[in-house]
Design a protein around this ligand. Sequence first.
Ligand code: SAM
Length: 350
Amino acid sequence: PKCSRQDVPHSIISLLDGFKASKTLFTASKLKVFDVLNSSNGLTLEEVAGQINASVLGTERLLEAAVSLGLLKTVKQQNTNVYRNTEQANCFLVSNSPESLHGYILHCNDMVWPLFSHLENAVREGTSQHERAFGKKSEDVFQDAYYSKDEVKLRFMDAMHSIARVTGKDVATAFDLSPYKTACDIGGCTGAMAYEFTKAHPGLSVIVFDLPQVIEMRRYFQPKENDDRVSFVAGDFFTDDLPKADLYILARILHDWSDEKLHVLLSKLSKICTPGCGLLVSEIFLDEERKRPSRALLQALSMTEGKQRSTSEYNDLLEKHGFTPKHIKHTDNLLDAMLFVKEDPNDKRT
Ligand code: SAM
């Protein structure tokens, strides 16, 4: 069809600029622009440049771009323009705010961006571009890539921590969990999600189960208030025994693995779960036509061995291991949730 000249392709143009906007956010975060502005009542361009140790010209372009994206604002103070954080920046971009996404933004900059700069090869070959981007092969993205150096590991853990703090409350409060007294958060990382569960459910205690390399770093992420209902156990969920619990939480675990690998984990869970045991899956759920949300489909382009699945695909996967879907919750946050219950094999209807 012929395109009319009035049809300005706005959506295509914003996609063209999307990468520049992402990198503006990443760079402002990495240079700590939002932190510097958070501790002041407004700073001039020269003051920001001095504090982030950057050129005045470069800082000016960065700050102006950030203002145009709604991340910063300018106000007049005694006839001079000063820069301030927007409310949203104070909430989500300042590195030590309770709901900060700073850790996740740095992960996107340092880990995901290099991978996506090789997207063309990733698509041609259908493989992760980890080796091209970082000069090292990675069979298991966690053990070989994220956890090979402490600095990279802490950055990854910080990224998981920040997403879990932003989504945790909505996931923890998605269902009535009063029948459960003990939970195990499989791949629970820093414990951020577990603390949200104990906060939301006074009768629940949660064991965080994750790889030893992660558990040994947990002190970096300890909350200010001690909560002895959260405890930590180190192990590999493919090869080690899992702790006993009456609710298992799988938050952002299943999308990382192929169906074959998941059958190993799910059969272990199926064996350890008695009838009535709960399994809470929290992921981005694709719609059945695999069209939305595009966040999930874009994430899949990093070509890890896992895949993004719809609710019916998760149902099929779990039903094979004796878990029946009971409730689903679309949270309007970054993650949705489904609650499955282990059925009694003797109750199976024919
Ligand atoms: N559940 C957390 C959340 O929602 O914030 C973290 C999700 S992160 C994508 C996946 C987690 O699984 C990481 O903490 C990782 O260390 C853990 N993990 C990966 N492979 C594992 C294994 N074989 N055994 C135990 N934990 C593992």
